[in-house]
Every structure is written in structure tokens, then in C-alpha cells.
Design a protein around this ligand. Sequence first.
Ligand code: HEC
Ligand code: HEC
Ligand code: HEC
Ligand code: HEC
Length: 171
Amino acid sequence: MKRIGIVLAIAACVALVTGPAWGQDSAKAAPAKAAAKHQYVGETKCKMCHKAEYESWMTTKHAKAWASLKPEEQKKAECNECHMTGKTASDSILVNVGCESCHGPGSDYKAMNTMKNAKLAAEAGLMPITEATCTRCHNKKSPNFKEFDLTKAKDPAAGGVHKHSPKATKG
Ligand code: HEC
Ligand code: HEC
Ligand code: HEC
Ligand code: HEC
């Protein structure tokens, strides 16, 4: 029991430092980088086990969000922050709105035995989808903002979210 308590306490701390606004804490968190912090790994890592979601995601607007920016806009934080996912541990930029923009940075939950256990996966950074998952980008800071309705926007027919498979494809 004691051990579980410690693990939960660590998970809570990690959740606190791992805000969705990656760009804001990346500089501040630099000295603590060795400490546990979930990192973005990129959608090709998820594809191994979630081929159906990956292929469906490829057809969504999120998978093409980077190309909507002109080259000079891609360099500006005021534009790129919502048209990209984040940076990997080695500072490569993950362009487009990838899996982890909605599901959370995957470095610590992507292992098979963690993924198979919903509780462990949540502790390792897999996030539930709420309205806030979307409205951190779908808000008035976007120059092209359209009113956001979660129920409508979550429907794959709206062009944002991948189609759902009844079960994740086992890797
Ligand atoms: C090694 C294989 C593997 C990798 C890599 C992997 N997953 Fe999973 N994932 C699974 C398995 C297995 C499940 C559980 C499926 C089930 O219970 O039917 C799962 C479940 C999920 C779920 C559903 C959780 C729920 O609430 O039911 C999501 C969302 C998810 N994975 C996202 C991701 C994302 C995003 C990535 C990449 C960062 C990723 N996975 C990488 C194997 C993997
Ligand atoms: C990291 C930022 C970000 C997050 C998080 C995000 N989106 Fe988006 N979304 C975008 C961008 C950018 C576009 C526009 C892509 C393009 O056309 O270039 C978009 C486009 C869309 C579209 C298509 C809109 C249209 O006008 O055709 C839908 C639907 C959508 N998102 C739904 C969602 C939903 C639902 C969620 C949450 C589960 C979500 N998005 C989370 C950034 C985001
Ligand atoms: C706060 C997040 C955010 C920021 C910052 C942002 N965008 Fe977007 N952008 C979005 C979302 C979300 C959409 C999808 C439209 C919608 O449904 O609201 C989008 C859509 C677009 C589109 C597609 C046009 C359309 O009508 O679908 C273009 C082009 C675009 N943005 C350019 C830019 C440029 C240029 C900047 C910087 C000046 C920028 N964006 C800054 C979130 C953002
Ligand atoms: C725009 C946000 C968004 C993006 C990007 C996204 N997902 Fe999802 N994902 C969802 C939503 C919404 C659900 C439905 C679960 C819910 O509503 O709680 C979901 C469900 C899932 C599930 C559970 C099984 C299923 O098919 O419903 C898996 C696995 C999954 N996503 C994997 C992925 C992978 C892999 C990627 C990238 C290739 C990805 N997702 C990209 C929003 C997103």
C-alpha cells in the first residue's frame, strides 16, 4: 500500500508539471529534465499498435494542420503552437496535431503492459478526452476561430477526430 501511495504521489506531481501548454514549461522545466516528465514521442510510435486509428487520423484536418501555415508562419510561436504537437525529448518538432495532442505525451504509457492496464496508463500520462482537451486550441486566440461544440466536433464526420475501432489493434 505504501508503495502505491508513493507512486500515486509521483504521478500527481508529474501531472502538475506536465501542462498541455508544452511551450510554456519547456524552458522552465529544463533543469529538472532528468526528473520524470512525460515526453512526446510522435504518432509513428502509436501506429505500431493502433494502425486503424492512425490511418483514419491521416485523413483528418489535424494531420494536415502544419501545411495550412505559410513557411514564415511556421516559425512564429503565435501560429505554430496550435498547429503542432510539441517537441520530443531530443527537441525535434512534431508538426501537425498528432495523437498526443489529444491523448497526452506518450513516452511513459506507450509500453504494451502499461497500455493494457487503464489505471497504469492514466498514471503514466494517458489523458481522458474532455472539452478542455480541444478548447486549448479551439479558442478565440485562433485567428480562424469557429464556435466549438464538443459533441459535434468529436464526430469523425466533422473531419477532426479519427474513426473509432471497437478495440485497439493489438501489436
Ligand atoms: C505496444 C503497443 C502499443 C503502443 C505503442 C501504443 N498503444 Fe495505445 N493501446 C495498446 C493496447 C493493447 C491498448 C488496450 C486496448 C484494449 O484494451 O482493447 C491501448 C489502448 C489505448 C487507448 C484507449 C484507452 C481507453 O480508454 O480505452 C488509447 C487512447 C491509446 N491506446 C493511445 C495510444 C497513443 C496515443 C499511443 C502513442 C503515443 C499509443 N497508444 C501507443 C497498445 C499500444
Ligand atoms: C494542438 C491543437 C489542437 C487540439 C488539441 C485540437 N485541435 Fe482540432 N484543430 C486544430 C487545428 C490547427 C485545426 C485546423 C487544421 C487545418 O485545417 O489546418 C483543427 C481542426 C479541427 C476540426 C475541423 C474543423 C473545420 O473547420 O473543418 C475539427 C472538427 C476539430 N479540429 C475537432 C477537434 C476536437 C474534437 C478536439 C478535441 C478532442 C480537437 N480538435 C483538438 C488544432 C487542435
Ligand atoms: C489558439 C490556437 C491557434 C493559434 C494560435 C493559431 N491557430 Fe490556426 N487554427 C486553429 C484551429 C483550432 C483551426 C481550425 C478552425 C476552427 O475550427 O476553429 C485553425 C485553422 C487555421 C487555418 C485553416 C483555415 C480554416 O478556415 O479552416 C489556417 C490557414 C490557420 N489556422 C492559420 C493560422 C495562422 C496564420 C496563425 C498565426 C497568426 C494561427 N493559425 C494561429 C488554432 C490556432
Ligand atoms: C483531435 C483529438 C484526437 C487525436 C489527434 C487523436 N485522437 Fe484518438 N481519440 C480521440 C477521441 C475523442 C476518442 C474517443 C474517446 C473519448 O471520447 O473519450 C479517441 C479514442 C482513441 C482510442 C480508443 C479506441 C477508439 O478507436 O476509439 C485509441 C486507441 C486512439 N484514440 C488512438 C489514437 C491514435 C493512435 C492517434 C494518432 C494516430 C489518435 N488517437 C489521435 C481523439 C483524438
